[in-house]
Design a protein around this ligand. Sequence first.
Ligand SMILES: Cc1ncc(COP(=O)(O)O)c(C=O)c1O
Length: 371
Amino acid sequence: MARLKRQIHGGNIYAASRELGRDLAKLIDFSASINPLGPSPRVWRAIANARPLLAHYPDPDCWELRQTVAKLWQRSPSHIVIGNGSTELIDALPRALRIRHLLVVQPTFSEYGASMARIGGRVSAVFATRTEQYAQPIDGLCRLIEQRRTGSDAFQGVMLCNPNSPSGQACSVDDVGRLARAAQRCGVWLMVDEAFADYCPERSFIPQSSSWPRVVILRSLTKFYALPGLRIGYAVAQPTVIDLVRRQVPPWSVNAMGQVAALAALEDLAHARKSMQFMTKERERFGNLLGALPGCSVMPTQANYFFIELPRGRHAGEVTEQLRNEGLLIRDCSSVPGCNARSIRLAVRSRQENDRLIRVLSNLLHHETLS
Ligand SMILES: Cc1ncc(COP(=O)(O)O)c(C=O)c1O
């Protein structure tokens, strides 16, 4: 187990626009993995119709949205809390559940460590390895939970990102079940971040989670529903846990437009189907093109992004900078604990945008290989 360092995020198109002196619309953002089809057309209509709501406080209970989410998962609304993005809930959980020491699997999303740092807590990590293509080390995690010594120094919570970012690897429902069993036996909280699980619904643990009082599942409407600017996420857990989380979240944190848009997005099953069909096809095509680039290793993915190792002799930071100068933003993962200096993450975007990235990256790698 090792200590964590603080990380930065992808998706800051505003900073890139200022620094490059380029219009936002002239940038292509491969660093945040958002559904390239955009939000459901129903979202635009719902927002336009909801304009009068701006003159009121938003519903602090997110009543309608919780009804819809509850129906989706065949649970009671008392099992659901909505947050200002799942990030708000990631921030609230350690305080709500009195977690002072968290165990994570690196490489992973940096906000788990950041939320612990904000409360002066501690984070330990186990590492997924390159030789296993960064598959989640479930056996190792189960062992650590089972062998955990009780005492003030022991971890009280485990955060699993499934599918994991940046690796794209996802474990099965059975694997999460094994972790849930170990966590229950040992009195540990198991939090599963399913921000990207819309892309592999058969791996979601939500349908099983009601049997496990120590399991909390996090979902986000940022990625698959393409609403990053509105900030909507939710947690599914037992009502007592949901109450604890709600007490840690400021009132009215979920804005009115976000609530209305999320409702419309979740109800548009046709757009969801179309999004999934597009991603399944385009991810395969883009993955094959990336795999054909000289010296690039492409890891298996269950999400809407690829975790890639650049050819030997290349540095992720340098390539990120070169692509950025062309208006193509990618995620440099070289500073994420457990990644190496050649690690990058690329979102799957539209066919045309993906082709543009392949062209520029291919030129760059060929050119540098020859020079
Ligand atoms: C794995 C993972 N979880 C959670 C989040 C936070 O999503 P949001 O706060 O937009 O719901 C992100 C955002 O990048 C993420 O990558």
